[in-house]
Design a protein around this ligand. Structure first.
Ligand code: 4AD
Ligand code: MG
Length: 433
């Protein structure tokens, strides 16, 4: 039988029971058991057990012998129900064509160290767990976009090459822009503020860059961020948008990704309880909660990963940490009217030790106040002139936030380290592959 010109993906096979089809994929493993050969194939859409026996097996013997791990093949055969196989079906093989050979694939079923796997990231991506993670990431992106698109947010793309810092000068990646200093974007926020004054509700979704000297399970030097920004929006309303967005994403992923979450062995009960509203605690209340847990912090000091974990453990869903000392936060944040030493800022802490997944705030809309805060931070007014201009022409209270995609994926997927949540991670110690 000649192999069909049209291939069917493994995920589509359930709709082709009893038919003769051609599947194209890679060999996961291959074994013989008595008179039967079992070949497990993957094609990205799923995994399939193909079997060969009897006369066909004898006819194909020499080709079947070549099906080492990761050999690329086209296989023709008949789709049969088989309750013991993945997907409830198996393929009875008629013919096999080798498309690409594979000898000595470096990643086997035995345990490999993380450095070895990361050095072979280009091949490691083919494993079941990594495929599940990329699909989960894609579903989370889809869900974030759905929520924002359905709620009147216009996607607007800020530049990646920027002339000035958005989030503090210590984590800037400098580039040479035709003899003028320039930087890779740390956040699109400042540009989104301009766009919000044009469009009302906007968001950006793109890569951001931080020359972070932090070597932790939460830090990347290149990560993706979703950044909504809203005109005529004050602090409390900003929190409501955040909790509604996170609830919508988690609940949609629970519906859409049962297979991926199963591969990742995620505890779903923890995700099911992610329902808005989320609790809110102030920085001050956080210090009071931490003290008796042996994690005392002086007022004015920043909270680290152990503090965030301890705080999150006190709640069954994400928790907002609000009203930080203004010195700890960026220059653009609105001070609290009742206590100007506090910033109208919030971090959303994920449960289970995943730490801050969202950072957001109300922005200063008053011209004189913004100029004063920029002077306090030693910022060159010339480089922010366009940003300050926004306070000259119909300035309004506005707020926004940034969701760190990889941290969100790590938490929802129950993955220990953010390096597995992006196809090719960039960290303090890794630029390759
Ligand atoms: O808290 P951040 O620094 O906030 C901002 O950049 C704001 N300008 C966003 C805004 O209001 N439009 O970063 C936002 C989120 C963090 O909560 C975290 O989830 C993620 O981005 N993030 C990182 N993720 C991975 N690696 C890093 N080095 C990260 N730094 C921040
Ligand atoms: Mg932050």
């Amino acid at each position: 039988m000649p192999l069909d010109a049209m291939t069917v993906t493994i995920a589509e096979l359930a709709g082709h029971r009893g038919e003769t089809v051609t599947v194209a994929g890679w060999v996961v493993h291959h074994r013989s058991s008595g008179q039967i050969e079992f070949i497990v194939l993957r094609d990205g859409s799923g995994e399939l057990q193909a079997v060969s026996r009897g006369e066909t097996r004898t006819r194909l013997e020499s080709r079947l012998a070549e099906l080492t791990q990761e050999t690329a093949v086209r296989v023709g055969g008949t789709v049969r129900p088989d309750p013991r196989s993945p997907g409830g079906i198996e393929l009875e093989i008629d013919d096999v064509q080798i498309v690409g050979r594979s000898e000595g694939f470096p990643i086997g079923p035995k345990e490999h160290g993380i450095d070895f796997l990361m050095d072979h990231r280009h091949l490691w991506l083919r494993s079941r767990r990594q495929v599940a993670l990329i699909k989960l990431r894609a579903a989370i992106i889809r869900s974030l976009r759905n929520f924002l698109d359905n709620n009147g947010f216009i996607v607007a793309d800020p530049p990646v090459i920027t002339p000035s810092a958005a989030e503090g000068s210590t984590t800037l990646f400098a580039i040479d822009y035709f003899d003028e200093p320039a930087y890779l974007s740390q956040s699109g926020q400042l540009y989104l503020e301009a766009l919000a004054m044009a469009l009302g509700r906007v968001y950006a979704f793109g890569p951001t860059f931080r020359a972070e000297k932090s070597k932790t399970r939460r830090h990347l030097t290149e990560f993706w961020m979703v950044e909504p920004e809203m005109a005529f929006c004050e602090f409390e309303e900003n929190l409501v948008w955040q909790e509604r967005l996170v609830e919508a994403v988690v609940q949609e992923v629970l519906r859409e990704c049962p297979e991926e979450l199963a591969v990742l062995e995620r505890d779903l009960t923890r995700l099911r309880s992610v329902r808005a509203p989320f609790p809110r605690i102030t920085y001050e209340e956080a210090l009071a909660l931490l003290e008796p847990r042996g994690l005392g912090v002086q007022w004015g000091e920043d909270l680290g990963a152990p503090h965030e974990t301890a705080l999150a453990e006190a709640f069954d869903r994400p928790v907002f940490l609000t009203h930080f000392p203004i010195e700890l936060k960026a220059f653009y944040m609105q001070p609290d009217a009742s206590n100007p030493r506090l910033a109208l800022a919030a971090d959303l802490l994920a449960p289970e030790g995943y730490g801050e997944i969202i950072g957001g705030s109300q922005r200063i809309h008053d011209l004189a106040l913004l100029e004063r805060r920029m002077a306090d931070h030693g910022l060159d007014p010339e480089r922010y002139r366009w940003y300050v201009d926004l306070r000259r022409y119909g300035s309004v209270p506005h707020s926004g936030f940034g969701v760190g995609l990889e941290r969100l994926v790590a938490w929802i997927g129950g993955v220990e380290h953010v390096r597995e949540t992006v196809p090719f991670p960039r960290t303090l110690t890794r630029l390759w592959p």
